[in-house]
Ligand binder design. Structure first.
Ligand SMILES: NC(=O)c1ccc[n+]([C@@H]2O[C@H](COP(=O)([O-])OP(=O)(O)OC[C@H]3O[C@@H](n4cnc5c(N)ncnc54)[C@H](O)[C@@H]3O)[C@@H](O)[C@H]2O)c1
Length: 339
């Protein structure tokens, strides 16, 4: 019997981009899945097949009240806590108050899980917990190791601070009450069902609507380690199996890709030709953010399997096969900074 066979799991935010892929994988492994999502950015279409097949329990609820969370946690063994007020760079930079609500959300979910006797929480944390001040120089070969999160803390926006507090709260609950947990620091996730408010999907959308000139936020020199959602899901499942004590691990590739190089590949693969127009005044984020994934290798035996270029091509194929150009053209301006 596998670890997840017949396990009763709750996925908060399970209708989201990452959440819905996680749900697919949990069902394949025999888990009994409940989803709680207020559909503020999650989409029913992401999980509609499971609703139709009656393979999941879906509750459209907002987890901003203790009694709702307690009801959702009833009879649950593992909570994958992905619900968050979150979006891409444009969103987290421009919606500080909204993202700060995650402080309350995470605190309430953790407290209710403990009260309801949940065995473990697996928390969707983020590369945004790393100190901003060490991520400024794109020429420096820097791989962020987990121990770099420490005094002087300097997380990325209220969004990053809330994730950091979520991690710390989980560690405290393990120490004080024995509530098991793992925190997965996701790094810039991309793939099928992704949103235009994240860079990779935004680039693809611009090519899809044949934007000319082709707009790029920042100088284009900023470096990321975009990580495919399928690798993120496999790492998250392993963390649920193998980590109990609240340890936070990076889930991210160690491929260093410049934004401008990703843009050029998107244009090349889609055949879209246009002049590139740089907008350094727009939300950009740190200039040098790449994970070190040695700890995930050691503790989980996890390594990302999907090379960025392969995953990028797959994601472009998905986007072009599933989207309508007129609709994307009409909404893209708003979708870059909203959820
Ligand atoms: N996408 C990334 O690159 C990335 C990187 C690091 C961390 N994360 C984290 O991963 C998780 C999933 O993110 P995502 O990119 O799949 O998309 P997302 O931001 O759309 O996911 C959040 C989900 O939570 C739901 N939600 C929000 N507030 C809620 C509430 N009060 N009650 C119930 N449901 C609520 C939303 O409807 C959505 O389905 C989030 O916690 C996010 O912070 C994502």
């Amino acid at each position: 019997m596998g670890f997840f066979d017949h396990k009763k799991v709750l996925v908060t935010g399970g209708a989201s981009f990452i959440g819905s892929h996680l749900v697919d994988a949990l069902i394949k492994r025999g888990a009994r899945v409940r989803i709680a999502d207020n559909l503020s950015s999650g989409r029913l279409a992401n999980i509609q097949n499971h609703i139709d097949d009656k393979t999941i329990e879906f509750f459209e609820v907002s987890l901003d009240r203790t009694e709702v969370i307690e009801k959702m946690a009833e009879g649950i063994q593992i909570i994958f806590h992905l619900a968050a007020d979150h979006g891409g760079r444009g969103y987290v930079d421009l919606h500080q108050a909204a993202c700060a609500s995650n402080l309350a959300l995470d605190g309430m979910v953790i407290k209710a899980a403990h009260k309801m006797g949940v065995e473990k929480i697996v928390f969707a944390s983020s590369g945004c917990v790393y100190p901003n001040h060490i991520q400024n120089d794109p020429k420096q070969i820097l791989y962020l190791t987990e121990d770099m999160v420490g005094p002087p803390y300097d997380a990325d926006n209220t969004y990053g601070w809330a994730k950091l507090m979520g991690e710390m709260t989980l560690k405290a609950y393990y120490k004080d009450y024995g509530l098991k947990s793992a925190a997965c620091r996701y790094f810039t996730v991309y793939g099928e069902r992704g949103h235009e408010n994240h860079a990779v999907i935004a680039m693809i959308a611009r090519a899809f609507v044949k934007q000319s000139p082709f707009v790029v936020w920042g100088t284009g020199e900023q470096i990321r380690n975009w990580t495919n959602v399928h690798d993120i899901v496999s790492g998250t499942l392993l963390a649920a199996e193998k980590i109990d004590d609240g340890t936070a691990i990076n889930l991210g590739t160690m491929e260093r890709t410049k934004v401008i190089d990703a843009v050029k590949e998107v244009m090349h693969y889609t055949g879209h030709q246009a002049e590139i127009e740089l907008h350094p005044e727009m939300p950009t984020g740190p200039y040098n953010r790449v994970a070190d994934n040695a700890l995930a290798k050691k503790l989980l035996g996890w390594e990302p399997e999907i090379k960025f270029m392969d995953g990028l091509h797959r994601t472009i194929d998905w986007y072009f096969a599933n989207k309508n150009a007129d609709e994307v053209a009409k909404t893209l301006g708003v979708r870059l900074t909203e959820r």
